[in-house]
Ligand binder design. Sequence first.
Ligand SMILES: [Fe+2]
Length: 130
Amino acid sequence: MALFAWSDDLSVGNTFIDEDHKKLVAMVNSFHDAMDQGRGSEVIGKVLRNLVIYTQEHFGREEAEMQRISYPRYSVHKAEHDKLIREVTALQSGFAKGNTMLSVKISIFLRDWLLNHIKQTDQLLAAALN
Ligand SMILES: [Fe+2]
């Protein structure tokens, strides 16, 4: 069963950001499903790597938009992105070292982070972009 789902109340009213977020939700769910289905740590690790790569690409797109409009909250927003990447990378390397119990923690952490970040930080960015 999916860990969480996209719903319209997650929309920030900006098409590119919403589409990226839908894909992120789907990828966090794929990661969660892979461990739910008892996939091997190699498969789970690969799904996680793709998720981290996509997250970085998405952050890059948001940051480029912030710079384009000289967004005043740029540094605060970017700091949240950077912190997430640091934390996930640390969890990811623990997982890669064989601590597979971390996978549950990672999926819940990503879900909660995404929901919070979308509803607060990205909402403000989308309002500035629109
Ligand atoms: Fe963001």
